[in-house]
Ligand binder design. Sequence first.
Ligand code: FES
Length: 110
Amino acid sequence: MGYFQYQLFFCTNLRKSGKRCCADGNAEALRDYAKQKLKKLGIHRAGACRTNTCSCLDRCEDGPVLVIYPEGVWYTYKTTQDIDDIIEQHILKGEVVERLKLSSEPPGKN
Ligand code: FES
Protein backbone atom coordinates (compact mmCIF):
# COMPACT_ATOMS: atom_id res chain seq x y z
CA MET A 1 0.00 0.00 0.00
CA GLY A 2 1.19 3.53 -0.74
CA TYR A 3 1.23 6.47 1.62
CA PHE A 4 -2.44 6.88 0.75
CA GLN A 5 -4.61 3.95 -0.32
CA TYR A 6 -6.76 6.30 -2.40
CA GLN A 7 -6.27 9.83 -3.67
CA LEU A 8 -9.33 11.67 -4.95
CA PHE A 9 -8.55 14.52 -7.32
CA PHE A 10 -11.41 17.00 -7.72
CA CYS A 11 -11.31 19.53 -10.52
CA THR A 12 -12.78 22.76 -9.15
CA ASN A 13 -11.73 24.93 -12.06
CA LEU A 14 -13.70 28.12 -12.65
CA ARG A 15 -13.86 29.71 -16.10
CA LYS A 16 -15.00 33.28 -16.31
CA SER A 17 -15.28 33.05 -20.07
CA GLY A 18 -18.60 31.24 -19.88
CA LYS A 19 -17.14 28.00 -21.18
CA ARG A 20 -18.35 25.01 -19.23
CA CYS A 21 -16.30 24.22 -16.12
CA CYS A 22 -16.48 22.05 -13.04
CA ALA A 23 -17.13 25.03 -10.78
CA ASP A 24 -20.50 25.37 -12.56
CA GLY A 25 -21.42 22.02 -11.09
CA ASN A 26 -20.76 23.00 -7.48
CA ALA A 27 -17.45 21.15 -7.46
CA GLU A 28 -15.91 23.02 -4.54
CA ALA A 29 -18.83 22.43 -2.22
CA LEU A 30 -19.09 18.78 -3.19
CA ARG A 31 -15.32 18.31 -2.72
CA ASP A 32 -15.70 19.83 0.76
CA TYR A 33 -18.62 17.48 1.42
CA ALA A 34 -16.48 14.48 0.39
CA LYS A 35 -13.60 15.63 2.56
CA GLN A 36 -15.83 16.08 5.60
CA LYS A 37 -17.46 12.71 5.07
CA LEU A 38 -14.07 10.98 4.84
CA LYS A 39 -12.99 12.80 8.00
CA LYS A 40 -16.13 11.69 9.83
CA LEU A 41 -15.37 8.13 8.76
CA GLY A 42 -11.85 8.54 10.13
CA ILE A 43 -10.24 7.73 6.80
CA HIS A 44 -9.02 11.14 5.63
CA ARG A 45 -5.46 10.47 6.75
CA ALA A 46 -2.15 8.86 5.83
CA GLY A 47 -2.63 5.18 5.10
CA ALA A 48 -6.17 5.79 3.91
CA CYS A 49 -7.54 8.62 1.74
CA ARG A 50 -6.72 12.11 0.64
CA THR A 51 -8.85 14.62 -1.24
CA ASN A 52 -6.94 16.91 -3.57
CA THR A 53 -8.03 19.98 -5.45
CA CYS A 54 -6.81 20.45 -8.97
CA SER A 55 -7.39 22.66 -11.94
CA CYS A 56 -8.79 21.62 -15.29
CA LEU A 57 -8.42 17.93 -16.09
CA ASP A 58 -9.50 18.51 -19.69
CA ARG A 59 -12.84 16.73 -19.29
CA CYS A 60 -14.91 19.88 -18.88
CA GLU A 61 -17.90 18.61 -20.87
CA ASP A 62 -18.22 15.65 -18.49
CA GLY A 63 -17.94 17.78 -15.39
CA PRO A 64 -17.81 18.12 -12.65
CA VAL A 65 -15.24 15.34 -12.60
CA LEU A 66 -13.00 13.60 -10.14
CA VAL A 67 -10.46 10.85 -10.62
CA ILE A 68 -9.45 8.30 -8.03
CA TYR A 69 -5.95 6.86 -7.95
CA PRO A 70 -4.29 4.42 -7.92
CA GLU A 71 -6.88 2.86 -10.23
CA GLY A 72 -7.42 5.96 -12.36
CA VAL A 73 -11.20 5.63 -12.23
CA TRP A 74 -13.00 8.76 -13.42
CA TYR A 75 -16.37 9.88 -12.10
CA THR A 76 -18.84 12.61 -12.72
CA TYR A 77 -21.16 13.68 -9.91
CA LYS A 78 -23.92 16.17 -9.27
CA THR A 79 -25.23 15.61 -5.77
CA THR A 80 -24.20 14.67 -2.26
CA GLN A 81 -25.86 11.30 -2.92
CA ASP A 82 -23.40 10.76 -5.78
CA ILE A 83 -20.50 11.56 -3.44
CA ASP A 84 -21.97 9.22 -0.80
CA ASP A 85 -22.16 6.42 -3.37
CA ILE A 86 -18.57 6.98 -4.52
CA ILE A 87 -17.26 6.91 -0.95
CA GLU A 88 -19.44 4.05 0.25
CA GLN A 89 -18.95 1.82 -2.79
CA HIS A 90 -15.56 2.71 -4.23
CA ILE A 91 -13.60 3.82 -1.17
CA LEU A 92 -15.10 1.54 1.46
CA LYS A 93 -15.88 -1.53 -0.65
CA GLY A 94 -13.50 -1.22 -3.59
CA GLU A 95 -16.40 -1.39 -6.08
CA VAL A 96 -16.69 0.94 -9.06
CA VAL A 97 -19.89 3.02 -9.15
CA GLU A 98 -20.92 2.19 -12.70
CA ARG A 99 -23.71 4.76 -12.95
CA LEU A 100 -21.24 7.62 -12.37
CA LYS A 101 -18.14 6.18 -14.03
CA LEU A 102 -16.64 7.90 -17.05
CA SER A 103 -14.51 6.22 -19.63
CA SER A 104 -10.82 6.08 -18.81
CA GLU A 105 -9.89 5.91 -22.48
CA PRO A 106 -8.73 9.03 -24.30
CA PRO A 107 -11.02 10.47 -27.01
CA GLY A 108 -11.13 8.38 -30.14
CA LYS A 109 -10.45 5.13 -28.29
CA ASN A 110 -14.03 4.57 -27.01
S1 FES B 1 -12.99 22.56 -15.83
FE1 FES B 1 -12.97 20.63 -14.81
S2 FES B 1 -12.21 19.28 -16.30
FE2 FES B 1 -12.04 21.22 -17.24
